[in-house]
Design a protein around this ligand. Structure first.
Ligand code: FAD
Length: 552
């Protein structure tokens, strides 16, 4: 990374020189430090760097500059170097502007002036940002390529997996010239797709998710046999538990079966999470949480499914689907919920080929100019509709009830009412789907009149609620009739502790019927199904983990 630059822009020449001097002192041997005295000259410099094919690692911009202020500069700079980390230099009086910038330009940090001594105030921030930049997949792995068929469920699954794990890739269709050239170069044919070409030039034909994870740099096997805390599930609750556990010195392992972020990672815009007044995409929130967990040395495994828990005092064994196991003193179950499948003839065969569960955001650009259908009346369906309305010609929301008021938040209903190309169809159900190699037609039924109609479409996005997938827990942990994990006082029947409960105390608030095993987030019976509450429960579970470890 010899050529990567750190660029600083400040209209006050003396401040500009002194930032550049401090930066050179610490980073001059590894980075080129470039300084500019206005937003426009800094942008010119960035464009020149881009043309030379070089990289920019960090941008530091003063907020108050004439002509173009720091936020405007960073916004424009994002178009040229979207992966560069962004820092705003502000005076104390401008902290509000800096906080706003966190959302507008996805600011990584704001530094209050003066930043002396730099060893305390400037370098720790920059060290962390440079480290994060260096581990950004696109920086170290410039281009993973996926060659596949347009309407292939397996090709979709590979792209969705990479996207949800925030691995940048280029998508090439096998029936287009460049895709065919790549297949030929790898000695493969159309029958082998999806083919993934990794950045080190390896061609993986029809890879499993575990192969793929290992080849794009994600850990899939634990580094140790024993942990203080094992967190199962990498959604907001699991990431919350991992951040708090690792930051408080617990040897923490997080195990995720598919992609960190969980349901929240699929959200196009979370608008009600504290601290993000302009909303935050699930991908952004996941990226930040993941980096935060890594910063505190939480170990994260992807594509590893936990299929069993077994008590072997004083530890609990987590069994993986490949028959290996890892031990932990305490466990947080944060496995959330999964989409319920829409049961109508024809749909199962078309899943991934026009029928998608959740927002499947990678398909949005392919919906340009098309009519699409969304099933469901809850917030996730509403968010999906708002997002897809920017691409599709028309978005139809199908709901079984009379209107959205009982199932969707007011802010989303208001947004939907204000978007001309969204239409809500009350009392309507999907009763079938057909198509040759992909979805071509849907059959709808008006629940009041019973009238059945057929509509042409290649896009159905299903958001019809979710259920916990906890069958693998068997009788090891008590669950309610719907599969949600019972915790705390819910385990006490008429004041009696659950059968087999050994400790001489009642279960702690988030503790399950197995001592030392806690549940947090959507998988817990009675939990509030929200990002904030999942994160909060993840954090709270860690404080109970400490109590459990101290009381043993
Ligand atoms: C599209 C969409 C939009 C949403 N928008 C909002 C919003 O705007 N605001 C809001 O507050 N809430 C929103 N929600 C709800 C919110 O995302 C959830 O409440 C939250 O993600 C729950 O977090 P969790 O960690 O408990 O579970 P999840 O997010 O469900 O994560 C669970 C994780 O566990 C993994 N897992 C499951 N089983 C295993 C296993 N056996 N081994 C290993 N890993 C396993 C899963 O793969 C998953 O990644 C939205 C949900 C969706 C689907």
């Amino acid at each position: 990374m010899q050529n990567a630059a750190i660029l600083t822009v400040d209209d006050d020449p003396s401040v500009s020189r002194s930032v550049a001097r401090d930066l050179r002192r610490r980073y001059g041997d590894r980075y080129r430090v470039i300084r500019a005295e206005s937003g426009s000259t800094a942008l010119d410099a960035l464009r020149e760097i881009k043309l030379r094919g070089e990289q920019v690692a960090v941008l530091l911009a003063d907020y108050r500059m004439p002509g173009m202020n720091g936020i405007e500069f960073l916004e424009a700079a994002m178009d040229v170097f979207p992966l560069a980390r962004r820092v705003l230099l502000t005076a104390y009086a401008d902290t509000d502007a800096a906080i706003n910038a966190i959302n507008i330009v996805d600011l990584d940090h704001y530094l209050l002036k003066p930043w002396n001594p730099p060893e305390e105030k400037l370098y720790p921030v920059l060290d962390a940002l440079l480290e994060a930049w260096l581990t950004t997949p696109a920086v170290t792995m410039p281009e993973t390529k996926v060659v596949g068929h347009r309407w292939s469920a397996r090709s979709f699954a590979v792209r969705d997996f990479l996207a949800r794990n925030l691995v940048p890739y280029r998508w090439l269709r096998a029936d287009e010239a460049e895709g065919a050239r790549l297949l030929a170069a790898a000695g493969l044919g159309e029958a082998d797709v999806p083919v993934v070409i990794t950045t080190d030039g390896k061609a993986l034909a029809r890879p499993t998710e575990t192969d793929l994870a290992a080849h794009v740099g994600m850990a899939t096997t634990p580094a140790s046999d024993l942990y203080d805390l094992a967190v199962i599930g990498g959604g907001p609750a699991g990431l919350g538990a991992a951040v708090y556990g690792a930051s408080e010195g617990l040897r923490t392992l997080l195990v995720e079966q598919r992609a960190t972020g969980g349901q929240a990672g699929q959200s196009s815009r979370i608008e009600n999470y504290l601290g993000f007044p302009d909303g935050v995409s699930g991908a952004q929130l996941t990226d930040r949480a993941r980096r935060q967990a890594q910063k505190f040395n939480a170990e994260m495994l992807t594509t590893r499914e936990v299929v069993g828990l077994e008590r072997q005092d004083p530890v609990t064994l987590l069994r993986f689907s490949d028959d290996t196991a890892v031990a932990a003193h305490t466990v947080v179950l944060a496995t959330g919920v999964s989409y319920r499948l829409l049961d109508a003839p024809g749909l199962a065969d078309l899943t991934g080929r026009g029928v998608f569960y959740g927002s499947a955001a990678i398909e949005a650009p392919n919906c340009s100019g098309e009519e699409i259908y969304i099933v469901g009346g809850a917030n996730s369906a509403g968010q999906g509709a708002v997002y897809f309305s920017r691409f599709a010609r028309k978005v139809h929301i199908l709901i079984r009830g009379d209107d959205l008021t009982r199932s969707m938040s007011r802010y989303l209903i208001d947004q939907i009412e204000g978007i001309a190309n969204i239409e809500v169809h009350p009392n309507t159900e999907v009763v079938g789907g057909e198509g040759r190699d992909h979805l071509e037609r849907l059959t709808l039924c008006d629940r009041r009149s019973g009238r059945v109609s057929t509509v042409p479409t290649s896009w159905l996005f299903v958001f019809i609620g979710a259920e916990p997938r906890t069958d693998w827990l068997g009788d090891v942990v008590a669950r309610d009739g719907n599969g949600y994990v019972l915790t705390g006082s819910d385990l006490l029947a008429d004041g009696l502790r659950p059968a087999g409960w050994a400790p001489s105390r009642d279960p702690y608030h988030l503790e399950s019927s197995m001592p030392g095993v806690f549940a947090a987030g959507d998988v817990r019976a009675g939990s509030v199904k929200r990002v904030a509450s999942a994160v909060g429960e993840g954090a709270m579970a860690v404080s109970l983990v400490h109590r459990y470890l101290e009381g043993r």
